[in-house]
Design a protein around this ligand. Structure first.
Ligand code: WTA
Length: 647
C-alpha cells in the first residue's frame, strides 16, 4: 500500500464548495436525517410538482422496491435546458472537438441546444415515438448524440444507447431485448482517423430485429449509405420541416429515463434502468460537488456516450448544472499521445476526467509529449472505470497536473448512476490509488464470505446498506433478475460485485471485481459473453475465459478453448477465433490470448475451476497458487494447461 498522503491544497480547503467540516456535517445529515436531507437536495432540480417524499426503498424480499421522490414531477430535458435560458442562453453548453485536429470545433450555446433538442423531439414524435417507447441510439461522439438523448427525455421516450464499437450482432440483441421500434444512427463515425460504418451495421442488425420499424440517420461524415425506402430517414431532412419548440412532457420522478446494457457475471448483458428524478439529482449533485464545478469552467469527460460515464458526466450532470461540457469525437492517442493535452490547451479545460487505461497508454509514450503543452488551465483531474495504479496516479498528479491539481478517483458503476466512493477535492487528503470516502447518503460495508460485517482495517466484499437516489430501478423486463443479481448474495444489501479494503485511516481502496466480470480498458466485459461467442464457432466445443493482467488495459482477455474432435489447433485457427469474437461482440472483446486446451479443469460435478484458470493466465503456476487440485475430475489436465500457457 502507498503511504504517501497528499494534503488538501490550501486554496482548495478555503475555496471549495465542500471542505472537511462541511463534508462531515453533510455525511451525518445524509445518514441520520436522510429524508430531510434528500428533500432539501432535491431543490437543486426544477420540479413541476415538488416531491414530498424521499426514500421509499427496501432491499428486503417482502417489500423489495427502489423508489425515490415518487410524487414529484419534472422533465429532465427542461432541467438541462429550459431553466438555463433566462440566465445563460448564450453560454456554451457543448464544445465539440472533432477527431481531425485540423477540423473546426463547434460551440453550441444553451439556446441553440434547446432549439435542436426540440427539433429532434419533434422528429421523433413525427416518427410515432411516444412516452415510454424505447429508442436505441447508436451514434458516434457528435453533438447529435447529446441532442438525441435530451430529445428522448423531452418527450418521455426511454433511450438505450449502444456503444458505436459494438458489432451488428451485439446491437441486434440490445434492440430486440427492449423491443425498440426505432434506431437513431449516423452514416459513419470517425475515430482516430478511421471511419466506423454505423449505418451499415444497423442494416446488418436489422436482419435480426423484426421489431425495428424506423431508422433516423444523422449525416456525420457524408460517407455513402444505403437508405431503405419506408424505413430510413435522414435527420437533416426531417428536421428542416419541424418547429424548434416542443413542450417538455411532465414525467413522474419514477418514470424511466434510460436503459443501458451492461455485462454481468452470467447470461446476456442486462438492461439497467434508471428513472428521471433520482438519477438526475444524483448526476447533478455529484457533478457539482465532486468536480467542485463553478459556472463558466470548461469541463471535459473523455468517455464515450455509449457508457454510463458519458450519460452522467458528459450530458446530464454538466447540463443540469448549466455547465460547459466538452465532447471529443476521437481517441486519446491520435494523431499522437499529446492530443489530450493539446485539446486541454485549445479549449482552456479546467477539469478533465479520464480512465486509468488512457493515462497508462499516454504515460508510456513519454513525458515530453505532455510537457510540450501548457496545461495551465487545469485545476482538477478525475479518473474512473478501474482501479488506478499508484504509478499512473503520480504521473497524472506530478507530470500532467504539475503537482497543483487534486485527483478525484471516483468509484461507481452503471447500476449506481453516479459517483459513490470518491474524494471531494476540498475535503480529503489524497492517497494515490484510493477512492477515499463515501459520497453523501452512501453507506458502504465490507463483508466476509459469510456476510459478516468487517470493522476497522479490513478487506472484503463491498456492499451498500441503503438505497441512494441514483440507484438503478430494475433490469429491463426482468425484475426478478434484478433482485436475484444484486440483493440475494448478502440479504439486505446491494452487492456491488467489487472487492475493497479499508485502511487504518478509514480510506477505501477498490481492489477489483470479485465475480466473473472483467475490466478491459475500463470497459466491463462478462467472461460468459466471450465464452458464448466462442462456442458459437463450429470448431469450438467448449471455452472458458478469464482476465489476465495487462500493462495498459488493466485486464486482458485470456481464453481457454477446447476444439471439437478432429479439429487441429493452429495459429490460423487462433486468428480466426479472435476475428470471430470481434465480429460477434466488437473490438473491445478481442481476446489477448487463446490457449487451445484438450480439457478444462473441472470438479467431479462438472464445474469449471476458474480459480485455477485465472492463476495460469496470470502466469502464477506454482503449486501454492494452483492450490488443491485433488478434487478435480482429471488432475492431469492442469499440467497440460501449465505446460502450454500462452504468453
Ligand atoms: C470498476 C463505470 C476502481 C469497478 C463507471 C466497477 C472502478 C466497474 C472505479 C463498473 C474506480 C469503476 N476504482 N474500480 N474509481 N470506477 N470501477 O458499470 O469494478 O462500466 O464495478 O461503470 O468498474 O463499471 P461500469
Amino acid at each position: 500500500m502507498s503511504q504517501d498522503v497528499y494534503p488538501v491544497p490550501i486554496e482548495w480547503a478555503e475555496k471549495a464548495r465542500v471542505d472537511k467540516a462541511a463534508y462531515d456535517a453533510m455525511v451525518r445529515a445524509s445518514l441520520e436525517d436522510a429524508d430531510a436531507f434528500w428533500l432539501d437536495q432535491a431543490r437543486r432540480l426544477d420540479w413541476i410538482t415538488p416531491p414530498t417524499k424521499a426514500n421509499e426503498s427496501s432491499f428486503a424480499e417482502e417489500d423489495f422496491a427502489i423508489r425515490w421522490f415518487a410524487d414529484g414531477e419534472l422533465n429532465v430535458s427542461a432541467n438541462c435546458l429550459d431553466r438555463h435560458l433566462a440566465t445563460r442562453a448564450d453560454q456554451v453548453a457543448i464544445i465539440w472537438e472533432p477527431d481531425d485536429p485540423a477540423a473546426e470545433p463547434r460551440r453550441i450555446t444553451y439556446a441553440e441546444l434547446h432549439a435542436e433538442v426540440c427539433r429532434f423531439a419533434n422528429v421523433l414524435t413525427a416518427q410515432g415515438v411516444k412516452k415510454g417507447d424505447r429508442v436505441t441510439v447508436y451514434l458516434p461522439m457528435i453533438p447529435e448524440a447529446a441532442v438525441a438523448l435530451l430529445a428522448c427525455a423531452r418527450i418521455g421516450a426511454v433511450h438505450s444507447v449502444v456503444f458505436g464499437g459494438f458489432s451488428p450482432e451485439a446491437l441486434a440483441g440490445r434492440i430486440t431485448d427492449c423491443d425498440s421500434r426505432i434506431v437513431i444512427t449516423a452514416d459513419e463515425g470517425r475515430r482516430g482517423g478511421k471511419t466506423v460504418p454505423l449505418k451499415a451495421n444497423v442494416d446488418k442488425a436489422a436482419a435480426h430485429t423484426p421489431c425495428l420499424k424506423s431508422v433516423i440517420v444523422v449525416k456525420a461524415t457524408g460517407g455513402a449509405v444505403t437508405m431503405s425506402e419506408g424505413r430510413d430517414i435522414w435527420y437533416h431532412e426531417a428536421a428542416a420541416s419541424v418547429p424548434a419548440t416542443c413542450d417538455p412532457t411532465p414525467m413522474s420522478a419514477e418514470d424511466p429515463l434510460f436503459l443501458l446494457y451492461t455485462s454481468g457475471s452470467t447470461g446476456k448483458p442486462k438492461g439497467v434502468l434508471h428513472t428521471s428524478g433520482g438519477y438526475l439529482l444524483w448526476a447533478a449533485m455529484t457533478f457539482e460537488t465532486v468536480f467542485d464545478y463553478h459556472q463558466g469552467q470548461v469541463y471535459w469527460c473523455a468517455a464515450d456516450i455509449g457508457w454510463v460515464t458519458g450519460h452522467s458526466y458528459i450530458v446530464y450532470g454538466p447540463l443540469a448544472n448549466g455547465g460547459t461540457s466538452l465532447m471529443y469525437e476521437g481517441v486519446p492517442n491520435w494523431p499522437d499521445a499529446s492530443r489530450v493535452w493539446q485539446v486541454v490547451d485549445r479549449h482552456q479545460v479546467e477539469i478533465v476526467y479520464l480512465a486509468p487505461t488512457a493515462l497508462r497508454s499516454l504515460m508510456k509514450e513519454g513525458d515530453h509529449l505532455v510537457t510540450a503543452t501548457s496545461r495551465k488551465s487545469l485545476k482538477l483531474l478525475g479518473t474512473v472505470g478501474e482501479p488506478i495504479n499508484p504509478e499512473a496516479w503520480r504521473w497524472y498528479h506530478d507530470v500532467v497536473g504539475e503537482g497543483r491539481c487534486p485527483i478525484v478517483d471516483t468509484w461507481w458503476q452503471t447500476e449506481t448512476g453516479g459517483h459513490m466512493i470518491t474524494p471531494l477535492p476540498g475535503a480529503h487528503a489524497l492517497k494515490p490509488g484510493s477512492a477515499t470516502a463515501p459520497f453523501f447518503g452512501v453507506e458502504p460495508y465490507l463483508l466476509d464470505p459469510e456476510g459478516k460485517r468487517l470493522e476497522g482495517k479490513a478487506e472484503g466484499n463491498l456492499v451498500i446498506a441503503r438505497s441512494w437516489p441514483g440507484q438503478m430501478r430494475t433490469v429491463w423486463g426482468d425484475h426478478d433478475r434484478f433482485f436475484q443479481t444484486y440483493f440475494t448474495t448478502y440479504p439486505g444489501y446491494y452487492t456491488t460485485g467489487d472487492g475493497a479494503r479499508r485502511d487504518e485511516d478509514g480510506y477505501w481502496w477498490i481492489t477489483g471485481r470479485v465475480d466473473d466480470v472483467i475490466n478491459v480498458s475500463g470497459h466491463r466485459m462478462g467472461t460468459a459473453e466471450v465464452e458464448s461467442a466462442l462456442v458459437l464457432h463450429e470448431d469450438v466445443a467448449e471455452a472458458a475465459v478469464v482476465g489476465m493482467p495487462h500493462d495498459v488495459k488493466g485486464q486482458g482477455i485470456y481464453a481457454y478453448v477446447t476444439l471439437n474432435a478432429g479439429v487441429e489447433p493452429s495459429d490460423a485457427l487462433r486468428k480466426t477465433l479472435v476475428q470471430w469474437v470481434r465480429q460477434e461482440i466488437g473490438p473491445i472483446a478481442t481476446p489477448d490470448a487463446i490457449q487451445f486446451a484438450p480439457g478444462l479443469p473441472k470438479t467431479r460435478s462438472g464445474k469449471i475451476m476458474r480459480r485455477i484458470l485465472r492463476k495460469i493466465a496470470e502466469g502464477d503456476t506454482s503449486a501454492a497458487a494452483l492450490g488443491d487440485t485433488s478434487t478435480l475430475a482429471e488432475p492431469a489436465v492442469v499440467e497440460d494447461l501449465v505446460a502450454n500457457r500462452v504468453g
